[in-house]
Design a protein around this ligand. Structure first.
Ligand code: ME8
Length: 657
């Protein structure tokens, strides 16, 4: 459908409760969905839960429950999280939904009829935590390379999907459609992965070992591999049935499929080749965002226990502030760290000082000095024209960044207008105009500030829906009117003529009061933040550090011989012959990624590093380190013990000076 917009999140495993990572993807999808709805698109937004597979079965057993009863119980937490975050999904998909299960069986039958499935004996290492097989050489210290959790050796006959025959078609599709896998670094990662020979995909589990899944329609001894089942939710949820019906075409191909970078291969390779086999078009974009990390540089996850419960943030700072923080704090695509101080800082600057303060100043001065109604413009103070122009330009930027899911930039564009308006208030000094009885100019200043307050919240409504609605009410507008005004502003430009002259304004409480709670009032939140940090950092004996002496001075000429570049870690493995070394593939934006041996294994696993931007000494002469060639050096902080990597947030290949 030309006016449709379909956006999905991963469906989450019900082996634990939701945390900041899940809230993040879901809030991002929600903001995009709300924005597109406001723009008049026919939106379908799907999220849900992934309920089959070994991981969920084990959790149910651990709780002494039947798997279905366990899922029903856990789903309550997920739906509650979504309700609390005001997630405006159109469908909450559960893979235990009978219609979905029937459709999955239909797809299996269809692929079987097309001779795209075969049965074969197999030996592999199964990781229940990642729900996938690995070969022995993939394992790190005998554990799952993705999650670091134990694996089980499994020898059994299984059904395979002939994934390998789609390898070249997939490479061609990725190359011909630059926006298909985003961001660019993830696209390169997938292309890198596809440079090796692609195998076929094991898509069954014998019931004798694991029965919690969808039964094969043509082999009752087997159930479907959890990923094969789960990925299909994106289609079955919008009515896809493998019987030639076309209901799903109202929304398919999806505009955006949001995922975390942890599940890139399953989406960019398994899902896309499954679609090719089903003769269904590929989604327009698979967008893999980064991770919320704890301060030791590890992904926040259920298994590490270093997660923050967003509910604590919501309860202490409010829903809108929590949603704003999630989307503003880190670039969508990059990793970011959570810290309580970071949250507080963002709240107090952007929301309390900038947006909240601007609106409150406008409303209270209008109420105190102008009888509490929206004034007509008087004479110009000479500063309004620039502000209108800035707002017009920034709204366009906001629109473009929202269309590209660059939430942090979109929000910042609107905040630029807010900050400029606070400066405008300071420059025009309405208190002085009031004192001097210059009502004409005062009217102009107040009208302008009220218009910007409305303008900013109208744009930000998709992120801060409640506070926006509160502000609309204070200037005599409804949410419906604000959405219509947003569309008008996007089409014909910004003129700061949206409010109705004479409409009553209401001051009330500031939208975002400065956060002044005492530590004892937010003890629960502080404790949780501290516990997450403690889980992140294994306790170390405190050692007194000797300060290393600064070396002999070098000249600038010596220094300028160094060619330092920004690189991104694409993949890696442990050095075959040295515990402290990792062998990493690092992209410097050159044709081929570099292989770099780095002595950082005591601090980082490969999993911690993939996707991180690092500083590389690019012109260090290649050397062979314990039998492995190294083409450069990654810069790290710390003496003998590595403390952290030298990290930058810049484009791959950029020179570091
Ligand atoms: O993988 N930072 O489910 P899951 C950012 N059922 N996002 C994070 C995160 C973090 N620290 N931790 C989790 C599964 N996420 C499968 C998906 S889809 C057909 C099947 C988010 O419960 C992120 O979106 O492990 C990630 O991809 C997802 O949660 C994984 O959720």
């Amino acid at each position: 459908m030309p006016n449709s917009f379909y956006i999905t999140t991963p469906i989450y495993y019900v082996n634990g409760k939701p945390h900041i990572g899940h809230a993040y993807t879901t809030t991002a999808a929600d903001a995009a969905a709300r924005f597109q709805r406001a723009k008049g698109k026919q939106v379908f937004f799907q999220t849900g839960t992934d309920e089959h597979g070994q991981k969920v079965l084990e959790k149910a057993r651990e709780r002494g429950m039947e798997p279905m009863a366990h899922c029903d119980d856990m789903v309550v937490h997920w739906k509650e999280m979504m309700e609390r975050l005001q997630i405006s999904y159109d469908r909450f998909m559960r893979t235990t939904d009978p219609e979905h299960m029937k459709a999955v069986q239909g797809v299996l039958q269809m692929l079987h009829d097309r001779d795209l499935l075969y049965k074969q004996g197999y030996v592999g290492w199964y990781s229940p935590s990642a729900e996938r097989f690995w070969t022995e050489k993939d394992l790190i210290d005998g554990k799952c390379p993705d999650t670091g959790q134990p694996v089980q050796k499994v020898e059994e006959t299984n059904w395979f999907f002939k994934m390998s025959q789609y390898q070249q078609r997939l490479v061609d599709h990725i190359e011909a459609n630059p926006g298909f896998i985003q961001p660019e670094s993830r696209k390169n990662e997938v292309l890198g992965f596809l440079r090796q020979e692609l195998g076929d995909l094991c898509i069954s589990r014998p019931k004798a070992r694991m029965s919690w899944g969808i039964e094969f329609p043509f082999d009752e001894d087997y159930v479907t591999y959890v990923w094969f089942d789960a990925l299909l939710n994106y289609l079955t949820g919008i009515g896809y049935r493998p019987d030639g019906s076309t209901q799903h075409e109202a929304f398919w191909p999806a505009d955006f499929q949001l995922i975390g970078k942890d599940i890139l291969t399953t989406h960019a390779v398994y899902w896309t080749t499954m679609l090719m086999a089903m003769e269904v078009p590929l989604p327009k974009c698979i967008y893999a965002h980064g991770w919320w990390m704890s301060h030791d540089g590890r992904k926040m996850s259920k298994s590490l226990g270093n997660v923050i419960d967003v509910e604590l943030l919501r309860r202490n700072f409010g829903l809108d502030a929590t949603r704003y923080f999630l989307l503003r704090e880190i670039a969508f695509g990059a990793d970011g760290h959570f810290s309580y101080d970071g949250f507080l800082g963002r709240y107090n600057t952007d929301l309390a000082n900038d947006l909240g303060n601007m609106a409150h100043r406008g409303l209270s001065m209008t109420s105190n000095w102008l009888g509490g109604t929206v004034p007509a413009y008087g004479a110009s103070t000479g500063h309004e024209e620039a502000l209108v122009a800035l707002a017009g330009e920034k709204l366009k930027e906001f629109d473009a960044q929202m269309e590209g899911l660059q939430f942090h930039k979109a929000l910042d564009a609107i905040m630029d207008v807010v900050r400029a308006t606070n400066k405008y208030i300071d420059t025009t000094e309405p208190w002085a105009l009031n004192k001097a009885g210059n009502v004409d100019a005062l009217n102009t200043v107040m009208r302008t500030v009220l218009e910007v307050s409305y303008f900013a919240t109208m744009a930000l409504e998709c992120v801060i829906p409640n506070k926006a609605a509160e502000l609309f009410g204070k200037v005599g507008k409804t949410t419906e009117q604000a959405r219509a005004d947003l569309v008008a502003a996007l089409h014909v430009g910004v003129d700061f003529q949206a409010l109705e002259e004479g409409a009553a304004v209401e001051v009330g409480d500031p939208l975002f009061p400065r956060f002044r709670k005492q530590p004892e009032e937010i003890a629960e939140l502080l404790e949780a933040a501290k516990a997450a940090e403690a889980a992140a950092k294994p306790a170390k004996k405190s050692k007194k550090k000797k300060k290393s002496k600064v070396k002999e001075p070098i000249t600038f000429e010596d220094f300028s011989k160094l060619d330092l570049r920004v690189g991104e870690v694409l993949s890696g493995e442990k050095h075959p012959d040295a515990d402290k070394l990792l062998v990493l593939k690092v992209s410097l934006g050159e044709e081929q990624p570099r292989q770099i041996v780095a002595g950082i294994a005591s601090k980082f696993s490969v999993d911690d590093l993939v996707g991180r931007k690092v500083v590389v000494v690019a012109n260090l002469a290649p050397a062979t380190i314990r039998g492995v060639e190294s083409q450069g050096m990654i810069m790290a902080a710390g003496g003998k013990e590595v403390v952290d990597l030298v990290a930058v947030d810049a484009n791959v290949g950029e020179v570091v000076r």
